[in-house]
Write a protein that binds this ligand. Structure first.
Ligand code: SIN
Length: 278
């Protein structure tokens, strides 16, 4: 059945509140096409009051592509059934570090990093725990032409080890010689669907820029991280129980604020496989 919904822009640059869509229902092709167009246009979409099951969550993700399996997380288990496509996110009074509390694009260390992430939170703190999103098309567009040209020739290494080894240690899941994804990607990528250029480096995974001296790599990344954090490129999502945020990892970064310790925040993420950044 075709569902009619509206998109309320959050800022002129990024973010759209989706009003009138029930994600527990299968999406007709027409509804899916409209939602997909809104996703490409707004880069991050927000839905409220979606009390959906894990299977409905996965089915929604599959409309956008094959589901991604996280390279380091244990499969989520519910009622004795494993759900490798579900990433369970949880923070409470025992938490010493949360993975998303810095600007990043999900699993950018993979050879073909996820195109989209779809996160539903089921427990939210009394205040805080917002997620910030930043548009990397806007960040790219705001650079000077000489800087665009310089960055356009560079690739950077995205390394999962530091992030995921630490995560494994905290979860008693540490294996000394386990290898984590480490891949080079262009510093400026072209979105495979919109054709627009986006900056593609982030503080969680990018270790260095290839083929330039270390001091130059450090200085360029420091400049880019400062540039990317311009509030003009951002929107901020304040969660409610059973809200869903869905973002395009190919042209956005996000930052999950961990400002609510020792309160609980938890939810489930379904992640959609992407392709090789070009
Ligand atoms: C993430 O997927 O990086 C986590 C986002 C969040 O917890 O808001």
């Amino acid at each position: 059945m075709t569902q009619h919904f509206e998109i309320e822009p959050v800022t002129p640059t990024i973010g759209g509140n989706v009003v009138g869509l029930d994600l527990s229902q299968p999406l007709s092709d027409e509804t899916f096409e409209q939602l997909h167009a809104a996703f490409l246009d707004r880069k991050a979409l927000f839905f409220r009051d979606q009390d959906i099951s894990l299977e409905q969550h996965k089915a929604f993700g599959r409309r956008f592509g094959d589901l991604h399996i996280h390279p380091s997380a244990r499969p989520y288990k519910a009622d004795g059934v494993e759900h490798p496509e579900i990433l369970f996110l949880h923070a409470d009074e025992k938490t010493t570090r949360t993975a998303g509390d810095t600007w990043h694009s999900d699993v950018s260390c993979d050879p073909e990093p996820p195109m989209a992430s779809i996160l539903r939170l089921v427990k939210i703190p009394p205040s805080g725990g917002d997620t910030l999103f930043a548009c990397m098309y806007s960040a790219y567009d705001a650079l000077s032409e000489p800087m665009k040209q310089y960055l356009g020739e560079l690739t950077a290494i995205h390394d999962g080890a530091s992030n995921y080894r630490d995560r494994a240690k905290r979860r008693d899941n540490f294996i000394e010689d386990k290898e984590y994804p480490r891949n080079g990607h262009p510093v400026v990528r072209t979105h495979p669907e919109t054709g627009e250029k986006a900056l593609y480096v982030n503080t969680a995974f990018t270790s260095h820029i290839d083929a330039v001296p270390k001091a130059e790599s450090d200085a360029v990344l420091a400049f880019l991280y400062q540039h990317i954090s311009n509030a003009a490129f951002q929107c901020r999502f304040q969660w409610t129980e059973n809200a869903i945020a869905m973002w395009d990892n190919r042209c956005t970064l996000h930052h999950a604020m961990w400002d609510y310790y020792p309160n609980v925040r938890s939810g489930f993420r379904v992640t959609v496989q992407g392709d090789k950044p070009l």
